[in-house]
Design a binder for this molecule. Structure first.
Ligand SMILES: C[S@@+](CC[C@H](N)C(=O)[O-])C[C@H]1O[C@@H](n2cnc3c(N)ncnc32)[C@H](O)[C@@H]1O
Length: 282
């Protein structure tokens, strides 16, 4: 029988479930609905077995202690969703190439900066970097010093992203044969992203619930498919702090099911044929 199903049979009492929910919302913003006990069971099963916890109650007893920072990070790691793909939804990368990068070039921006705020295993910042490279093929001497900062709350997923190594299954989700040849080297049955794409990216651990003031200011921010997990209060707070982190006229991409209107009037929506981006009002 599937090990997840065995654990599913363990009863989580309401107090333990509430303690996990409270821990997750406070530490990383994730809001769990009322009846997600099965999710907690299945996602924490491996960790509990590995760390020798006989029950969720035992884990909860030590989870709040600051001495157990490593355990806290492992719980966050296990409970976060890292689902991602190359050029996810396509339109952000098309409009980046066709509208935003030309706009930055025309304004002769030096050291343009783009932030991928919840970069998961790296497909998002690498897709941004490939889009920049494609743009530079047609306008080679523009955007001097352009750089990308890629961050995530999860140290283990960031480590994976930083290796720049992907298998065939991952590449099947959005990389064309042409891009595979142009931007990847084959290494022992895997694919390594070429230095020309990797070298303009810096990876850092950042929790969006905490201050990111020190990262500096950006011309464009990708904050995609992460706010959906957060409460309205946290969404509002993060969107306003992202606005502070943008340069005047900077751009913000959200995920397909995420939007701004109720949270701030500091942005205007710029619509394209297949999607949209938010532009900070000047
Ligand atoms: C579903 S993935 C989205 C990846 C990528 N942005 C995309 O759209 O394909 C969500 C990512 O958000 C990260 N995450 C969750 N809570 C976070 C937080 N409080 N601060 C920063 N990253 C967080 C997770 O670790 C995960 O890698």
């Amino acid at each position: 029988m599937n090990p997840e199903r065995i654990v599913e049979r363990q009863q989580i009492n309401q107090q333990e479930y509430n303690a996990i929910r409270e821990f997750l919302e406070k530490s990383c913003g994730i809001v769990l609905g009322d009846n997600k006990q099965y999710l907690v069971n299945s996602r924490l099963a491996h960790l509990m077995k590995e760390q020798g916890f006989a029950s969720l109650g035992d884990l909860v007893k030590v989870l709040y202690s600051s001495r157990h920072r490593k355990l806290q990070l492992s719980v966050i790691d296990a409970m976060t969703t890292n689902e991602t793909s190359w050029f996810r939804d396509n339109h952000p990368y098309e409009s980046l190439k066709k509208i935003i990068l030309p706009d930055l070039s025309d304004r002769k921006i030096q050291n343009a900066a783009i932030w991928s705020t919840a970069c998961s295993s790296g497909q998002e910042p690498y897709s941004v970097s490939m889009s920049i490279q494609e743009y530079l093929r047609s306008r080679p001497s523009t955007l001097p010093g352009v750089r990308i900062v890629a961050t995530d709350i999860s140290p283990s997923i960031l480590k994976e992203a930083q290796t720049g190594l992907f298998d065939n299954t991952s590449l099947c989700r959005g990389i064309t044969e042409e891009y595979k040849k142009r931007y990847f080297d084959s290494i022992n049955g895997q694919w390594r992203i070429k230095p020309i794409i990797r070298d303009r990216i810096t990876f850092k651990e950042i929790n969006l619930l905490q201050s990111f003031f020190l990262l500096g200011r950006f011309d464009c921010i990708f904050c995609r498919n992460v706010l959906i997990y957060f409460s309205s209060a946290n969404k509002e707070d993060i969107i306003n702090r992202l606005a502070d982190a943008l340069k005047p006229g900077g751009y913000l991409y959200l995920g397909g099911t995420e939007s701004i209107p109720h949270y701030t009037d500091r942005f205007e929506a710029v619509r394209f044929k297949h999607g949209m981006v938010y532009k900070l009002k000047e």
